[in-house]
Ligand binder design. Structure first.
Ligand SMILES: [Zn+2]
Length: 356
């Protein structure tokens, strides 16, 4: 990901490019700012640019290919591609493990590696993402290296909570402060890198606080909630045959998140909001009833779309049986088709709960 492909942060990226072009890049840097605005991407862009085999540059004679940037990675050479895929031996990314912390062993390992010349590249780049997660001992170990940085190695610390770092570590690393992205920029990233449609991207960006990560996390939250609602509905319909009580449950399918969490609706309100809400929920439901079919037929559990729910789905699969699960799948499929043809979300939800 060359500098020119990053969204926003023009001033900082220009500064980084210029420092690389003029060979004045400090051996340690701290990229701080909100989560999900592109700090880690900028660190990768630095790694690519210093190691690119065919960098574009506006310096010297010849046509200027670097655009805004004095030097930029090509994004296509062997080195750039391997850095982007995370398999370049000289570009090391350290990040928190399962415990949520970066342990001293992880830092010792990269410090050990940094003592040698780069294997292939011109500069070794060590990126410490979520640097604030370094345990104090790890930070102290890092500090010694930052005080006497090994030649040909650049340390890039990336953090949304830089104040948690030891003051001694912070003072060793010149800091570049990333700001929030504009709504337009967040939407651009969602469309380009995450397959959003324009309108969805704009809606998600508007509520993202200028952070791509936040926009994506909110979408993931929607999905998690949709799956919870779909599971609850299956539990309900497995037990309850009474139509009136089933219709009660249908209301939950179209109620916006706002109704539950006391937040303003994000996906637009009214029928369009209900339609979106129900569509997401029905997609979850389709995957769940398919899983019930898999379990009821005693098929390989590796086929499950929701393997984390295996235990919860097992008794439901018994209650449904494989024929009913199959019918339920067709029912959900027909409901999705009806929504596509602009049937009223309420009518679809009611029909669905009566036919599951
Ligand atoms: Zn390249």
């Amino acid at each position: 990901m060359p500098f020119r492909t990053l969204v926003g942060h023009r001033r900082i990226l220009t500064l980084l490019s210029r420092a690389i072009a003029r060979q004045t890049l400090p051996p340690a840097l701290l990229l701080s700012g909100p989560s999900g605005v592109g700090k880690r991407r900028a660190a990768i862009a630095v790694a690519e640019t210093v190691n690119c085999l065919k960098p574009s540059t506006t310096l010297g004679p010849g046509p200027s290919k670097g655009g805004d940037f004095e030097i930029d990675a090509c994004g296509a050479c062997d080195s750039c591609r391997r850095i982007a895929r995370g398999i370049h031996p000289d570009v090391i990314v350290v990040e928190p493990g399962d415990t949520g912390t970066i342990k001293i062993e992880q830092i010792r390992e990269v410090i050990g590696a940094a003592a040698y010349r780069p294997f292939e590249g011109r500069r070794r780049v060590v990126i410490v993402d979520n640097a604030e997660a370094m345990v104090p001992a790890a930070q102290s170990a890092m500090l010694k290296t930052l005080e006497e940085p090994p030649p040909a190695t650049i340390f890039v610390l990336v953090s949304s909570l830089p104040d948690v770092l030891l003051p001694t570590v912070r003072s060793r690393c010149p800091r570049l402060r990333f700001a929030q992205l504009s709504i337009t920029d967040v939407a651009r990233v969602l469309v380009r890198d995450h397959g959003y449609a324009e309108a969805d991207a704009r809606a998600a960006a508007a509520d993202s606080d200028g952070s791509v990560w936040r926009a994506l996390a909110a979408a993931a939250l929607d999905l998690t909630e949709a799956r919870e609602r779909a599971t609850a509905l299956l539990v309900h319909t497995a037990r309850v045959a009474d139509p009136a009580r089933r219709l009660e449950a249908a209301k939950d399918l179209t109620a916006g998140r706002s109704a539950r969490a006391g937040q303003p609706p994000r996906r637009g309100s009214g029928q369009a909001g209900e339609r979106d809400q129900l569509t997401v929920c029905l997609r979850s439901l389709a995957a769940l009833v398919r899983d019930l079919g898999v379990l009821a037929a005693h098929a390989d559990a590796r086929l499950l779309a929701n393997p984390d729910l295996h235990r919860d789905l097992e008794p439901l699969a018994k209650a449904y049986g494989s024929e009913r699960a199959m019918r339920a799948f067709m029912t959900v499929d027909r409901a999705l088709g009806a929504l596509d043809r602009h049937a009223s979300p309420k009518v679809v939800a009611d029909w669905l709960v009566l036919n599951l």
